[in-house]
Design a protein around this ligand. Structure first.
Ligand code: ZN
Ligand code: ZN
Length: 301
């Protein structure tokens, strides 16, 4: 809750007029208890979890031929009677996680992040400050999750925790959060380690959490569309890279990265993936040569 009763008091404390975003933030949050403001992280989860997988699902329904051309495991096609029933089915799967998020997580988050200096008042962070925070949080999360993921692929980690996430050998966007409760708790630690190290405004927390959830949904969408971020950002994980991790199965020792692939390059945990890609490329070339040869022999006849 802000210590100002009116906008004029807030502007006097700032020593300048509020920006339109700050005026909006003041109207929305000035009288709101911090506990409720922090709980918004659950709303961020619910909205992003419900919406992020939709673009791939809509394409799958409206342009199945186009979607199938870019499907990473084209042999695995789940029954899809309609967009609505498929969506409801996926949502049922993630309800368990949603309930966990709506329950203790916001409370733990609130109690913890008060200690780490999260800001809720004015001024709002600039675009530059927000961008720098997001870069730091991404790098911290990516490095920690790489090692956490490797730990989860030890015999103990896999049998006790990570096997739930690997039930999906050909994942869809909703599989991003389909995990054991202990894994979700550990992932929450890696996601919010950055904000704990470099405190920021609560709005940056929401933005960071939303971006991370969207990235996870993209990595599990099951399609390698030409417009996906992996084609635009160097070393970005993307669906093709993470889908291979699921395809290879629980005993795999490859593709552990969560946002970027550079840790897998540095620590040599992408060798079987690179070999797989080279084999696929060779097979494609052989098929093209065979196809061209058949074409020329038909012409000669
Ligand atoms: Zn795994
Ligand atoms: Zn996964």
């Amino acid at each position: 809750m802000m210590p100002y009763a009116t906008a004029a008091e807030a502007e006097a404390a700032l020593g300048r007029s509020m920006t339109w975003a700050e005026a909006l933030w003041f109207r929305y949050s000035a009288a709101m208890p911090d506990l409720w403001l922090m709980w918004h992280i659950a709303l961020v989860y619910l909205v992003v979890d419900a919406l992020a997988p939709l673009p791939a699902m809509i394409l799958q329904q409206l342009a199945p031929g186009y979607a199938l051309r870019h499907k990473l495991q084209p042999g695995v096609v789940a029954p899809q009677p309609s967009l609505v029933s498929t969506y409801l089915c996926y949502m049922r799967e993630s309800t368990r996680v949603s309930l966990a998020i709506l329950g203790p997580f916001p409370l733990v988050y609130t109690l913890t992040f008060k200690l780490f200096g999260v800001r809720t008042g004015l001024p709002l962070p600039s675009v530059w400050e927000t961008g720098m925070h997001l870069v730091v949080y991404t790098l911290v999360e990516d490095y920690l999750t790489y090692w956490l993921h490797r730990f989860l692929h030890t015999k103990w980690g896999y049998e006790k925790i990570h096997h739930v996430h690997h039930e999906k050998t050909a994942p869809s966007g909703f599989a991003a959060v389909y995990s054991h409760g202990a894994e979700l708790s550990l992932l929450a630690v890696t996601i919010f380690a950055g904000p704990a190290m470099v405190p920021c405004h609560v709005t940056t927390h929401w933005l960071w959490f939303a971006i991370r959830l969207m990235e996870a949904s993209d990595a599990h969408c099951g399609y390698n569309f030409p417009f996906s971020l992996a084609g635009l950002i160097p070393f970005f994980v993307g669906a093709e890279f993470h889908d291979y991790h699921h395809y290879a199965g629980g005993k795999t020792r490859t593709n552990f990265g969560s946002v970027f692939t550079y840790c897998d390059y540095i620590y040599g945990t992408n060798k079987s993936y690179l070999h797989h890609k080279r084999s696929l490329a060779k097979l494609k070339t052989m098929k093209e040569v065979e196809h061209n040869m058949k074409g020329s022999s038909v012409k000669e006849d």
